[in-house]
Design a protein around this ligand. Structure first.
Ligand code: G3P
Length: 222
């Protein structure tokens, strides 16, 4: 059954278009589309921009990563407590561009959930999803992204629909599924929803768009 309204998580990553003043500009574009369309759009922004963006907009703002260390003697770490105090509502974890060993991942999920943070935990495939869903503490979202398609123009929906259907079959305990990698069009989003995903995790299609408001509106199913 097709779920009509996707959850859209825009991952800003570390493009020149998505840091500093540009990050705030893009965040406001995402907020505008969410308000105008009623679609649940969330953004994951660089840690250095979290505080300013969280203060400036009303949609959920996530970090792109957190470290598992406890508070204390850890130079350069980004801890769950830090992103929370900067105003974040949640975080992405285990992105294929920032992998976390399974044991640490479980600890980080537990620590983050204890602080009330929402978790979008990435998996490169259905096997990894299955491992994550064995944890005692579950994330709100699993996001499956075939790494080889990330940043390209061929989407997971086109190249690997079986990853979406396979990912949906594994879901349990109320965890929702996002899919990502190469998502650029409304058809990509529609296929993901038709196959049972709850939404998409997207980056370059929005981050690098000349007109992010238009790019976002263009991928939202009617
Ligand atoms: O986190 C989202 C991401 O990895 C997908 O990137 O550029 O293929 O939409 P992109």
């Amino acid at each position: 059954m097709t779920k009509q309204k996707p959850v859209i998580v825009v991952n800003f990553k570390a493009y020149k278009e998505t840091i500093g003043d540009n990050a705030l500009h893009l965040a406001k574009a995402c907020e505008k589309v969410s308000v105008e369309t009623g679609v649940d759009i969330r953004i994951a922004v660089p840690a250095t921009d979290l505080h300013e963006i969280s203060e400036s907009i009303s949609i959920p703002v996530y970090s792109e990563h957190v470290d598992e260390y406890p508070l204390g003697k850890h130079t350069g770490a980004i801890l769950p407590e830090m992103i929370k105090s900067a105003g974040a509502h949640g975080t992405i974890l285990n992105h294929s561009e920032h992998k976390v060993p399974l044991k640490k991942l479980e600890e980080t999920i537990q620590r983050s959930k204890a602080l009330g943070l929402t978790l979008v935990v990435c998996a490169e495939n259905v096997d990894e999803e299955r491992e994550i869903l064995r944890f005692k503490y579950k994330p709100e979202f699993i996001a499956i992204e075939p790494p080889e398609l990330i940043g390209g123009d061929i989407s997971v929906s086109t190249a690997h629909p079986e990853v979406i259907t396979g990912g949906v079959k594994e879901l349990k305990d109320g965890v929702k599924l996002l899919v990502g990698a190469g998502i650029k069009t409304k058809a990509d989003v529609e296929t993901a929803l038709r196959l049972g995903a709850d939404g998409v995790l997207i980056a370059s299609g929005i981050d690098l768009a000349k007109d992010p408001v238009k790019a976002l509106k263009d991928i939202i199913p009617e």
